[in-house]
Design a binder for this molecule. Sequence first.
Ligand code: IPE
Ligand code: IPE
Ligand code: MG
Length: 261
Amino acid sequence: MSPLVDLRRLPRHVAIIMDGNGRWAQCQGSDRTIGHQEGSRAVRRIVRASRRVGIEALTLFAFSEQNWHRPPAEVVALMELLRDFLISERDELLENGIRLRAVGRVEKLPPRVREILDPLVAETAHLDGMTLTLALSYGGREEILDATRALARRACAGELDVDAIDEAQLEGALPSLAVGRVDLLVRTGGEQRISNFLLWGAAYAELHFTNALWPDFDEAELYAAIAAYQGRERRFGRVQGATTETTAPVLPSLAHEAAGE
Ligand code: IPE
Ligand code: IPE
Ligand code: MG
């Protein structure tokens, strides 16, 4: 492992936008699908490395809600790769105590994927070595919309006082937040944008962009991202040196004061 990584100050929740498979394939003169295949190998590598280092929660952007608009053949290939990945990783997840979760509009995934995904999520639900969340058919805006609808429904049913809706309530309705807010958000592939990933949870995440295309993202790249995170000072809107928190502090009493209540 890189000597640059301090194991006592790891980001608790790491999220990755795994981008650049298509360009990787293009550089090789291959079909985009080959890039996704190599990308799948990189997922295995990074899940293992994250578990070994001691990351508590890893969230991977595997397929966005907007990715459904890609050519049908590419979507089919991605779904088959996802199915293959889940089948081949089952033992690895179980042996390493990795809990698998899926967030996003998973009901849109083909039954061929759901029939592997759902039992694996159930089978690993009790494991506490690391939580691996796959964002599938996921969009940050869509997630916030769905949560808003769920809270509105409860309010209409008289189960929820509208004035009592606070950050904690909303976060409780956002499945991606079940493993906490994001500490480190990595994007590979050279683009510097969020692309509708964890919009709420990444509000105070440290961002790390690398030009490495996802199939080339290896352990050294992961350690470099963690080292970059460890070199930052997280201020959460306060002044320098005023917080030693490693995750965003929740200070409801101060928040109310600031709002003039
Ligand atoms: C990321 O790689 C994989 C998915 C979005 C599913 P891309 O397929 O976006 O690769 P580029 O960005 O076209 O190179
Ligand atoms: C983001 O990559 C989605 C995933 C990595 C699954 P995209 O390639 O879809 O994002 P844009 O189109 O470059 O913003
Ligand atoms: Mg892309």
